[in-house]
Design a protein around this ligand. Structure first.
Ligand code: 13P
Ligand code: SF4
Length: 359
């Protein structure tokens, strides 16, 4: 723990060294079919709905859609879970997504296929350190990314997702506010450059997105001059500079369909290709280069924690009730304020599922 200073020149961030390897679930066709049949039955029996992120496996995404659940970005996952009438939400994603669902829906049971599914951004920002940082800058509005713990959200004025971060920062700037931003330094830089807001930025990063390489994209683009480059804003600035479109996962899928280019170079987790191929059939999708397999990236274009979600885990939690997410009520009651502020803002700004305004 750090000692309380009067001011922080560089915001602290815990370095995340313990990144697990990416382990994909491998299933024989009979086991897959059996698990899918059992899960479908259990979802009905338990009045449960599956809320999955785009980075989870194609099996989970297909199952969520086939059973009336949803596959989406983190903003829409929160909205869908909140609007759903189901009494159990099974969140296939990472822990902050399960916690957000519980914070918004304390009366619902929230389960996750794997309780160890973390996020390097969340891990980089322990709530005690973050709270001291905020205490040192009481004149600033505290804006945190969704990829944080419930306790960090409880310390914030606003929670935002990547699809709405720029709009919220621009709004706060127009009100004369100075900001604290945490935990993603690359998204923070992007928001700061786009809006010109005065921001003190926590120095966390996503272990997946920070490994995309501008030089590799330049080389790939030379081989495919017809391609457009799609980049998630958790990537470094020199990668963002190469983008034809920067946006949240939903916004990138939408762009894949809307852009006239027949080829897309994509700098985000490769789990997104399942939905992109559906949205833009016939187009060619290329993974943006990272450090390369066997090179410097710990996790080449796939989130090791998202990969922990599988059909076996999902079936087990529905059978046993294991991996239930609970959030301390004092923390929850504070955290819900920052989340609701964003949801209300999104509603007023007319921001749709795709993160666009006015359509
Ligand atoms: P989205 O809100 O764009 O889905 O991003 C969540 C995330 O964790 C990206 O790495
Ligand atoms: Fe977190 Fe990065 Fe994984 Fe998204 S891809 S959940 S930001 S570690």
């Amino acid at each position: 723990m750090i000692t309380p200073p009067t001011s922080f020149v560089i915001p602290p961030a815990r370095s995340v060294t313990d990144v697990p390897p990416v382990v994909e679930e491998v299933l024989a066709p009979e086991e897959r079919a059996d698990l899918i049949a059992r899960i479908k039955m259990l979802l009905v029996e338990q009045d449960a709905v599956l809320v999955a992120h785009y980075y989870t496996s194609a099996d989970l995404q297909k199952l969520a859609e086939a059973t009336g659940g949803c596959v989406s970005d983190s903003l829409e996952m929160a909205r869908f879970g909140h609007a759903s009438k189901a009494t159990t939400l099974v969140v296939a994603g990472v822990r902050f997504m399960g916690e957000t669902a519980k914070i918004l829906n304390p009366e619902k049971r929230v389960l996750m296929p794997d309780i160890h599914a973390e996020c390097s951004l969340d891990l980089s920002c322990p709530s005690e350190d973050f709270s001291l940082f905020c205490d040192a800058h009481p004149d600033r509005e505290v804006v945190v990314y969704a990829n944080t713990s419930a306790a960090v959200k409880a310390r914030a004025d606003w929670m935002v997702t990547s699809s709405i971060a720029v709009k919220v920062a621009a709004y706060l700037k127009s009100k004369g506010k100075k900001l604290i931003w945490a935990p993603d330094r690359y998204l923070g830089d992007y928001v700061q450059k786009t809006t010109g807001a005065d921001m003190l930025i926590w120095q966390g990063s996503c272990v997946v997105h920070e490994k995309f390489k501008a030089e590799g994209i330049r080389e790939l683009k030379a081989l495919h001059p017809e391609a457009a480059v799609l980049v998630h804003p958790e990537a470094p600035a020199n990668v963002i500079d190469m983008a034809d479109m920067v946006g949240s996962t939903t916004q990138l899928i939408r762009a894949a369909a809307d852009l006239p280019n027949p080829t897309l170079i994509v700098a985000t987790d490769n789990g997104i290709f399942h939905k992109m191929r559906q949205a833009a059939p016939g187009k060619t999708f290329l993974e943006a280069p990272t450090g390369g397999h066997g090179a410097t990236c710990v996790s080449c274009a796939h989130c090791p924690w998202m990969a922990m979600n599988g059909l076996r885990g999902l079936c087990r939690v529905l059978e046993t009730g294991e991996n239930e997410i609970n959030v301390d009520e004092t923390i929850r009651a504070k955290a819900v304020v920052s989340i609701n502020r964003m949801l209300e803002f999104a509603g007023q700004a007319g921001i749709t599922v795709a993160g666009r305004s006015g359509d």
